[in-house]
Design a protein around this ligand. Sequence first.
Ligand code: FAD
Length: 254
Amino acid sequence: MSSQVESAQQGQYAAIGYPSRLVGRKQVAEGTMAFQFERPRNFLFKAGQFVDLAPLGARPDGSDGLTHAFSIASSPFAEEIVVATRMRDTAFKRALSMLAIGAEVRIKGPMGSFTLHNNVSRPAVFLAGGIGIAPFLSLLSYAALNKLHPPISLFYANRYLEDAAFMDTLRELESSTGNFRFVPTFTRVDNTYGGWKGETGHISSEMLSKHGFNLQGSICYVAGPPTMVSAARLALDEAGVDEDDIRTEEFAGY
Ligand SMILES: Cc1cc2nc3c(=O)[nH]c(=O)nc-3n(C[C@H](O)[C@H](O)[C@H](O)COP(=O)(O)OP(=O)(O)OC[C@H]3O[C@@H](n4cnc5c(N)ncnc54)[C@H](O)[C@@H]3O)c2cc1C
C-alpha cells in the first residue's frame, strides 16, 4: 500500500476510530481487569497516551455509542493494546465484561500529552492512585527498552495489597530497569497486615521526602481518580514542587 493511501487511512481512522477486536482479558487485581485488543495496523502512540474505546453494538438496544477513555497500559512496541479498569456495575463496564473474545470494538486516538519529558537530567517522579497505574505501566515498559531515560521513581497507592494491579510486573521492571525505584503504599493497612513492611498511608510530602528524592528539578506526573490527583498535587505543592513541573491525568468518572 502506498504511504499516501496509508496516511489517508490513518487520518480517517483517527476521526472515526480504528476497528479492533478483543483478543483476551485477565484479572490483574481484585475487581480489576485488563483487556487486550488487537493493535490496528498503523496505530502509533506514545507511552502515556489514552484512547476512546467503544464496544460495537454494546448499548442495551444493540446500537453503538458507549465510549469511555482509557490510558493505554501497554508499551508502544507491544503487539496488543492493553487497557485496565476497575470493574463496576455500570452500563459501560457491563458491556465490556460481556464482550466475547473476537468481538469488534472501535479505538479512537491516540490522545493526550501525558508523555515522558526528553531532558534525561531531570528525574521523573510518578505518583499513581489505583488504576492510575495504567499510563505509568506503558511509560515504564518503554523506559525499560530505552536505556536513555531519566531516573524514575514510582509511588503507587492502593487501599489493600490485593487491589494493587500489576505488582509482579512492576517488581520485575524494578529489577530489570536501571535508574528506577518503586515504592508501593497501602492506605487501609498497617504494619500488622500480612507482614507488610513497606509504606502505609496516602502519598504525602513526608513520604516523598523520607525517600530522599530531590523533588526540586524533578518533573512529577500524577494519574488516578480526581480526588487522588488533587491530594497528590497538594502533597507536591507542600514539598515545594513548582506547579509548572507537575503533569496530571485525571481519570474523570471515578
Ligand atoms: C484521560 C482519561 C484516561 C482514563 N484512563 C482510565 C483507565 O486507564 N482506566 C480506567 O478504569 N478508567 C480510566 N478513565 C476513566 C474512565 O473513562 C471512566 O470514566 C471510568 O472508568 C468510570 O467508568 P464507569 O463505567 O465505572 O462509570 P460511568 O458509568 O461512566 O459513571 C461515571 C460517573 O458518573 C457517576 N454516575 C453513573 N451513573 C450515575 C447516575 N445514574 N447518577 C449519578 N451518578 C452516576 C458514577 O458514579 C461516576 O462517578 C480515564 C479517563 C480519562 C479522562
